[in-house]
Unconditional design. Structure first.
Length: 157
């Protein structure tokens, strides 16, 4: 029998399939070790929810990484890349933004560009509620989709 790999849901992957189908421009999701550490720190069900809950911390960091990837796509060059010098538009730090989620209020850092032309399609101006995106991510994870499948779905959105 040929050597096959299995996904986390038990599906077989043929040996000729690439091991990482993620594009190099895809935003990095939280590392599996960080997720495992967060889940291991839970002592009861209440640790998952609330303002300082596990879901709120993971959601905020994931959203910040996605916003940073969108700014990179908007500018057309990576952080610290030589291509960005004298381009007319550079990164200009971050600003805090409060969001209301079903897990409670959380503050994220939103990246800025020098010209002020960056507007994320993920967060509309003055949008303070993000329950829909969070619910979709949790529903995809609950259905047993792998992190790569969730990343692909988020890229389609």
């Amino acid at each position: 029998m040929p050597d096959t790999r299995r996904t986390t849901t038990g599906r077989r992957i043929p040996p000729s399939a690439p091991s990482d189908t993620r594009s190099p421009d895809a935003p990095a999701m939280p590392a599996l070790t960080r997720i495992q550490q967060e889940l291991a720190s839970a002592t009861n069900i209440d640790d998952f929810f609330g303002k300082e809950g596990i879901f709120a911390r993971l959601f905020a960091s994931t959203l910040e990484q996605m916003l940073d990837a969108e700014l990179t796509a908007h500018l057309g060059y990576d952080r610290y890349a030589v291509d960005g010098r004298n381009s007319g538009n550079n990164r200009n730090g971050t600003r805090p933004r409060k969001l209301r989620t079903s897990a409670g209020d959380t503050t994220i850092t939103v990246p800025r560009d020098r010209n002020g032309s960056f507007q994320s399609p993920l967060l509309e101006p003055y949008q303070t509620s993000t329950n829909e995106l969070k619910d979709k991510i949790i529903a995809l994870y609950a259905k047993g989709l792998s992190v790569r499948d969730i990343q692909a779905t988020l890229q389609d959105i």
